[in-house]
Design a protein around this ligand. Structure first.
Ligand code: NOJ
Ligand code: MG
Length: 588
C-alpha cells in the first residue's frame, strides 16, 4: 500500500467518524424521544353505545365523528373502536359477515372516511378491531363452504360427529363454547360439525390453512391502507386449536377443571387444546411484519393491541421473541381480573408490579381497568374510587387505556331479563342470575347530558336502556361543574405529559391494608400518588420514600377529598381521609 493510499483511507475514515458523529448523536437523541403510541391515551369506543346521529337508538359513525372534539378536549389522542363491520349482530359485531364493509346501521364507507378525515384534522388516531378467530355464519366464505366450495370449506374446522350408545349423533368431542354449550354445531348440508368457540353464528377460522392466513393479512392491509393507525386484536389466544395430527387425526377432549359440575359451562374444562397454543405467537409476529410494511413507507408506527385473558407470562410472549417483534400493547388485564373492591393495598401493589416486573425492559407496560366485556370499574370497586383508579391508569409508567365513560365514572346500568340482548346473558337461560354473565350492564348508552336518553339518542327506545342516574352523572354536568371526575381526568391527562410521569422511575408501597402509594421521579422532581381503597381514614408517613422529607403540595385530589389543590401537607404525618386519592409533589 502506498503512503498516499493509506492516507486517503485515513482521511476517509476520519470523514466517516465526522459524519457518523452527528448521526450517532441524533440516534441517541431519538432514543429518548417517545413515539405517539407510547405517550397518547387510548380511549375505547363501543360504537353501538357512544352517540346516535340518526335517531334509530343505535350509536353510529357520524355520532362518533361529531364527538371527536370531546376526545381532544379531555386529552385523548387515540381511540379504538369495537367492530363497525357488516354483521348480523349475534355478538354485536364480533360476528363479521364482511370484513371490508361497514354495517348499515353504523353508516357507510363514506361516513368512515369522514371520521378518518376529521380525526386526522384533530390529530386523533383511529384504531379498529380486527377479529381473526372467526367470521359470521353469514360471511360469503361460510356460505360458500356450506355449498360445498372446497376452497372455503377448508377455511373452517369441520369434524364428523360420533354415534352414542343410543344411536344418536353427538359432537366430535367435549369442547365447550365460551358462551356455554357445545362448541360444535351440526350442518345438515355438509353432514359434519363445525367449530365455534364463541356463539353458533361465529364459525372459527382454520389458521392451519395458509389461504386463511393470507386472506386475513389482506384485511389488515386494506384498513391500514385507508389510514387507520393500528388494530386491537380480538380473542387472540383462541385462534389455534391443538394440531389434531399429533393426536391420531382427532381433536382430543379437554380435561375437567373441577370448578363446576355443569358440562355446559365454559369453566367445566381446562382449555389446554383450544387456547394459548404455541402457534399463536408466530401469527402475531407475522402480522407485526405487515404493520411494519406500512411504517417502512412513512415512518409512522402502526400499533397492535392484543386481547388475551391469560397468565402474565403468556401475555409477555405477545411482545415478541428473540429478533421478532409482536404487539406493542398486549393488554394487561390485571386491574380487571386480579383485583376488586375487596383487595388489600398489598394485593393491588402485587397485581400492578407483576406486569412491570415481567415485561421486557425495552417494552411499555399498559393499564386497562375496563372494556365492553367486564363490569365497569366504578361498580367493581366503588364510585368513590373513580378518581383514584384514573390516577393509577394515567400516572403509572406506560400506556393508559380508558373505556368510554370511565372518565366520568359511569356505573353499570340495570338491564332487565326482558331487555337483555347479550348472548352471554341470554345463553344462561336464567331470568334470575343472568346478570352475572351478561355484558349489557357495561354497554348501556354513554351519558352525555341530562336530556332524553342522556343525550345519546332522540329515539323513543334505545338498543339498551340508559342507566339510572344519568340526570346528574353525565358529561355536560361534569364539564360545567368544578369538582368533577371529568376535570380530574383532564388534569391527569395534562400531568401525564410531565417528565416525571413520561420518563420517571417508579416505586410503590402498601402502607397498610388500605392505602397504596407510588412515587414517580425524574431530574429532582418527585411526585407521590396515593389511593386509600377503603372507607376508613389513616395517617401515613411518606418519609418512607427516599427524598421525601418535609412538605408536599397537593396537585390533584379526588372529588370528595377534604384537601384543596395548592395546599401544603407534611410528609411525616399525612392524614388520609376515607377513600381519598391524591397526587402530591415534593416542594423543594
Ligand atoms: C372478545 C370481545 O371483546 C367480545 O366482546 C366478543 O364476544 C369475543 N371476543 C368474541 O369475538
Ligand atoms: Mg344510529
Amino acid at each position: 500500500m502506498t503512503i498516499a493510499s493509506s492516507k486517503a483511507i485515513a482521511i476517509k475514515s476520519k470523514m466517516k467518524t465526522l459524519l457518523l458523529f452527528p448521526l450517532l448523536f441524533l440516534v441517541v437523541q431519538a432514543g429518548n424521544e417517545l413515539e405517539w403510541w407510547e405517550t397518547t391515551i387510548y380511549y375505547q369506543i363501543y360504537p353501538r353505545s357512544f352517540k346516535d346521529s340518526d335517531g334509530d337508538g343505535i350509536g353510529d359513525l357520524n355520532g362518533i365523528t361529531s364527538k371527536l372534539e370531546y376526545l381532544k378536549e379531555i386529552g385523548v389522542g387515540a381511540t379504538w373502536l369495537s367492530p363497525i363491520f357488516k354483521s348480523p349482530m349475534y355478538d354485536f359485531g364480533y360476528d363479521i359477515a364482511d370484513f371490508y364493509a361497514i354495517q348499515d346501521e353504523y353508516g357507510t364507507m363514506e361516513d368512515f372516511d369522514n371520521l378518518l378525515a376529521k380525526a386526522k384534522e384533530l390529530d386523533i388516531k383511529i384504531i379498529l378491531d380486527f377479529v381473526p378467530n372467526h367470521t359470521s355464519n353469514e360471511s360469503v366464505w361460510f356460505q360458500e363452504a356450506l355449498k360445498g366450495h372446497e376452497k372455503y370449506y377448508d377455511y373452517f374446522l369441520w369434524e364428523d360427529g360420533v354415534v352414542d350408545e343410543n344411536g344418536n349423533l353427538q359432537p366430535p368431542n367435549n369442547w365447550v363454547s365460551v358462551f356455554r354449550n357445545s362448541a360444535w354445531e351440526y350442518k345438515e348440508e355438509v353432514g359434519k360439525y363445525y367449530l365455534h368457540q364463541f356463539v353458533i353464528g361465529q364459525p372459527d377460522l382454520n389458521y392451519r390453512n395458509p389461504d386463511v392466513v393470507e386472506e386475513m393479512k389482506n384485511v389488515i392491509r386494506f384498513w391500514l391502507g385507508k389510514g387507520v393507525a393500528g388494530f386491537r386484536i380480538d380473542a387472540i389466544n383462541h385462534m389455534f386449536e391443538a394440531d389434531k395430527e399429533m393426536y391420531g387425526g382427532q381433536f382430543p377432549d379437554e380435561p375437567r377443571t373441577g370448578y363446576t359440575d355443569n358440562p355446559d359451562d365454559y369453566e367445566y374444562l381446562d382449555h389446554i387444546h383450544t387456547r394459548d397454543q404455541d402457534e399463536t405467537y408466530d401469527m402475531v409476529y407475522q402480522w407485526r411484519e405487515v404493520f411494519d410494511e406500512f411504517k417502512e413507507k412513512d415512518g409512522v408506527t402502526r400499533v397492535m393491541m392484543t386481547e388475551a385473558y391469560a397468565t402474565p407470562q403468556l401475555i409477555m410472549r405477545y411482545f415478541g421473541e428473540g429478533e421478532r417483534e409482536g404487539a406493542q400493547i398486549p393488554f394487561n388485564f390485571a386491574l380487571i381480573s386480579d383485583v376488586d373492591e375487596k383487595s388489600s393495598a398489598a394485593e393491588i401493589k402485587y397485581a400492578l408490579d407483576q406486569f412491570l416486573t415481567l415485561k421486557p425492559l425495552d417494552k411499555q407496560a399498559n393499564w386497562v381497568t375496563g372494556n365492553h366485556d367486564n363490569f365497569r370499574v366504578a361498580s367493581r370497586f366503588s364510585p368513590k374510587l373513580v378518581d383514584g383508579l384514573n390516577m393509577i391508569v394515567l400516572l403509572l409508567p406506560g400506556i393508559g387505556v380508558t373505556y368510554m365513560g370511565e372518565e366520568i365514572g359511569m356505573v353499570d346500568g340495570f338491564v332487565s331479563w326482558e331487555d337483555t340482548v347479550d348472548p352471554r346473558g341470554c345463553n344462561t337461560n336464567d331470568p334470575i342470575n343472568y346478570w352475572q354473565s351478561s355484558r349489557d350492564p357495561e354497554r348501556t348508552p354513554f351519558q352525555w347530558s341530562a336530556e332524553q336518553n342522556a343525550g345519546f339518542s332522540t329515539a323513543p327506545k334505545t338498543w339498551l336502556p340508559v342507566a339510572e342516574g344519568y340526570e346528574t352523572l353525565n358529561v355536560q354536568a361534569q364539564l360545567e361543574g368544578e369538582r368533577t371526575h371529568l376535570n380530574v381526568y383532564k388534569t391527569l391527562a395534562r400531568l401525564r405529559t410531565e417528565d416525571a410521569f413520561r420518563h420517571g422511575r417508579y416505586e410503590s408501597v402498601a402502607f397498610n391494608s388500605d392505602v397504596f402509594a407510588f412515587r414517580r421521579w425524574h431530574n429532582g422532581e418527585i411526585y407521590i400518588v396515593l389511593v386509600n381503597f377503603r372507607d376508613v381514614s389513616h395517617t401515613v408517613d411518606l418519609t418512607y420514600f427516599e427524598n421525601v422529607t418535609e412538605e408536599l403540595e397537593v396537585v390533584v385530589t379526588d372529588i370528595q377529598s377534604p384537601k384543596s389543590t395548592g395546599s401544603i401537607v407534611h410528609a411525616s404525618h399525612l392524614y388520609v381521609a376515607e377513600n381519598e386519592s391524591l397526587v402530591l409533589k415534593v416542594v423543594n
